[in-house]
Design a protein around this ligand. Structure first.
Ligand code: UDP
Length: 330
């Protein structure tokens, strides 16, 4: 398949490109490099620097490159910023995705894979999170992802575009060969921050809340390896051949891990102490989020390879050890 990976220079997109190539597909990348890194994409991968909101250019590219499937990873993803700058999120995450879908319609491309989030569930009343729980996001970021999901349902209903939606839990880790990894600027995610604290590149890690109703008082999350996420995106291709398809899958290991357990695992993997201090809760953090991944397992035959947190962190550590500053371009 010829697959256009929109946002393919970002963290999850770049890992997906590598997995697509390993599975024998022809992957092409479209990225405006606002947050993405050119170095995250190998030189032998066709690369187009373009805004996804540029409908005419994207449509031409889809035709010229004979694209079969579009995978869409390009979104702003800072929850806090989405609260303070909502229009930035609605404009890019929702508005530009509509432009991308219009470009697909113009070009006659009718298969779409969308990167969504467990943030669409807001603060669920029951755990683990199954696909059919009510979706009521508590911030604009989650809202934009849910809006796109609604649009995709409508497009599937009338047979215009078939799509698969993946709701990620906490993407973590890095490519096994250590060539690409996680580099956000600014970085807000727990594992890279804990590794940086362990190596002395950052000050003590702040543990956001130690009085949650969880076994050790810190938040529980479901850390799923970025290569496992990527493999699910490829396993769904068969389903996209059918018209009127809209399928959704929660992607997580199903295993909750607390913030304190992450710090212990980082210490074990790196051999360094993680300096940490208790801090107030971060606004908008639900106490516990973890997936019921039964649907992905049974329908896609998806089997996460990284089921223990130390093996996931070991891949992140391999990348950070050889790239302490991340990619050189930012
Ligand atoms: N966290 C923390 N200190 C940090 C960053 C994150 O205690 O410096 C906690 C955060 O409150 C959450 C968990 O780590 O409970 C995972 O946060 P992250 O930002 O990595 O992902 P999120 O679950 O927010 O998508």
């Amino acid at each position: 398949m010829n697959v256009l990976v929109v946002g393919g220079a970002g963290y999850i997109g770049s890992h997906c490109v590598k997995q697509l190539q390993a599975a024998g597909h022809h992957a092409l990348v479209l990225d405006n490099l606002v947050y993405g890194h050119r170095a995250a994409v190998s030189n032998d991968t066709p690369f187009f620097q373009e805004d996804l909101g540029n409908r005419a250019a994207v449509s031409q590219l889809l035709v010229d490159q004979k694209i079969d499937i579009v995978m869409h990873f390009a979104a702003y993803a800072y929850v806090g910023e989405s609260v303070t700058e909502p229009l930035k999120y609605y404009e890019n995450n929702t508005g530009n995705t509509i432009q991308l879908l219009l470009a697909m319609q113009d070009a006659g491309v009718d298969k779409f894979v969308f990167s969504s989030t467990c943030a669409t569930y807001g603060e669920p009343n029951t755990l683990p999170i199954v696909e059919n729980l009510p979706q009521s996001p508590i911030n604009p970021y989650g809202q934009t992802k849910l809006q796109v999901e609604a649009i995709l349902k409508d497009l599937a209903h009338v047979g215009k575009i078939s799509s698969a939606v993946f709701r990620y839990f906490n993407a973590a880790g890095a490519s096994e060969d250590g060539c690409i990894g996680e580099h956000h600027s600014p970085e807000t995610h727990l594992i890279p921050l804990a590794i940086d604290a362990a190596t002395g590149r950052r000050a003590a890690l702040k543990i956001f809340g130690t009085d949650y109703p969880t076994p050790d008082g810190t938040c529980l999350r479901d850390y799923v390896h970025v290569d496992d996420l990527s493999r699910a995106h490829i396993a769904v291709f068969d389903q996209l051949g059918k018209a009127n398809t809209f399928v959704d899958y929660n992607l997580g290991t199903g295993r909750p891990t607390s913030v304190k357990e992450i710090l212990t695992a980082v210490e074990k993997v790196t051999g360094f102490k993680v300096p940490a201090e208790d801090a107030p809760r971060r606004e908008g953090d639900p106490p516990s989020l973890y997936a019921d991944n039964t649907k992905a397992r049974t329908e896609l035959g998806w089997e996460p390879k990284y089921m223990d947190i130390e093996s996931t962190i070991a891949t992140a550590w391999k990348w950070h050890e050889s790239n302490p500053e991340g990619y050189a371009d930012q």
